[in-house]
Design a protein around this ligand. Structure first.
Ligand code: KG4
Ligand code: ZN
Length: 344
């Protein structure tokens, strides 16, 4: 089978995504989000998300099939996010995928969501080089991957030991009194500030970590940074002075972008890669984009970032990786796939 038609299903968090991919060609990608329902709680409520998936799944599937003018019977394989994610949300997608695979007699593939964030770039920018590094950053994950084959050879070099980058932005957004999710608001505010006015700590770099530099080379930590911002703001409150919010946002953004870009480009250099693929909803961050472009150009490294609609959670990323796995000839998953798929 050279150009398999793969149905991709994503329900790991608050987005219900269904997409169809033939080979490396995206036929359609439909997403329903329950973010509006969570915003008033100031964070994702797992039970609200699971129920929203249940309600949105069939209409989203119907829309995808209709837009691509595809009959379910034509699909060659069903790919579904098996993890990581919210267990209740994952379960809805996995149960739906099993039902579809059983009723059509087509194979089922459990897909790793984090690797999917990298895989989707192939639909946009074409085949991957032989080896590359991928930085996956969102509200839920911050991981550095070394990829020799997106379907069969992905190794996690490191990940966050506490908060994800987007999560840290959301928390700092709350400290600054901005609406949830705070990430985009902090980003906009940062653009009005002076990035070097306040220097916040760079997590897991230098200082006491210098002696463990190799151990933590590709890991991240943002909770100490968030605490440093909180302490800084408390100082102003105690003195009854007005907070320099734009400078705080800019200094904080600089710290996060600096650490993400430095570690990603070091990973490229040490693993002989000239391509960095960035994915996940945090790829929208303007300082990350600027700094990655600037420093990668100095080192002759190409940065690939898909358009933002393919960086946030979607079905296309799961269909893209599903398609790569099917093309690799790997065996399908069994019907008792656990909801915590390992790296391929
Ligand atoms: O991938 P995504 O849509 O959902 C998750 O899987 O988490 O990522 C959303 C996260 C949120 O934490 C959001 O605040 C953050 O990414 N984010 C941003 C920006 N746009 C989205 N953070 C900083 N700057 C942005 N421009
Ligand atoms: Zn994600």
């Amino acid at each position: 089978m050279s150009e398999p038609l793969v149905l991709g299903i994503e329900t790991s968090c608050d987005e219900t995504g269904v997409a169809l991919v033939r080979g490396r060609e995206l036929l359609t990608d439909v997403t329903a989000s329950s973010m509006d329902e969570h915003a008033r709680y100031g964070g994702i409520v797992p039970e609200v998300a699971s129920r929203a998936h249940l309600e949105a799944f069939l209409p989203t599937l119907d829309t995808a099939l209709e837009r691509a003018d595809v009959d379910l019977a034509e699909v060659d394989a069903v790919a579904v996010t098996a993890g990581p994610g919210l267990v209740g949300s994952l379960t809805v997608g996995v149960a739906a995928a099993k039902a579809l695979a059983l009723s059509t007699g087509k194979p089922l593939y459990g897909i790793n969501h984090v690797v999917g964030h990298a895989a989707v770039d192939e639909l946009v920018h074409g085949p991957f080089p032989e080896r590359f590094v991928s930085l996956v950053v969102s509200g839920g994950h911050t991981s550095l991957l070394l990829v020799d084959d997106i379907a069969t050879g992905v190794r996690e070099l490191g990940q966050t030991l506490d908060d994800a980058a987007g999560e840290a932005f959301d928390k700092v957004g709350r400290l600054l009194g901005l609406p949830y999710p705070g990430g985009p608001h902090v980003d906009r505010l940062a653009q009005q500030g002076e990035k070097d006015a306040i220097r916040f700590p760079r997590g897991l770099t230098g200082g006491k970590y210098a002696k463990d530099a190799a151990k933590y080379a590709y890991d991240f930590s943002f909770s100490g940074l968030k605490t440093a911002v909180a302490r800084y703001l408390e100082g102003y409150e105690d003195r009854g002075e007005e907070v320099p919010a734009a400078d705080v946002a800019a200094g904080f953004s600089e710290s996060v972008a600096d650490v993400l870009v430095t570690k990603s480009l070091d990973a490229c250099a040490r693993n002989d890669c000239d391509t960095l693929v960035v994915g996940g909803g945090f790829s929208a961050n303007s300082r990350l984009r600027e700094l990655a472009a600037e420093r990668a150009a100095e080192r002759g490294i190409t940065v690939r970032i898909p358009p933002i609609r393919y960086c946030t959670d979607n079905g296309a990323m799961i269909a893209a990786l599903g398609s790569a796995v099917v093309r690799s000839g790997a065996a399908p998953s069994s019907f008792d796939i656990p909801t915590d798929s390992a790296m391929p």
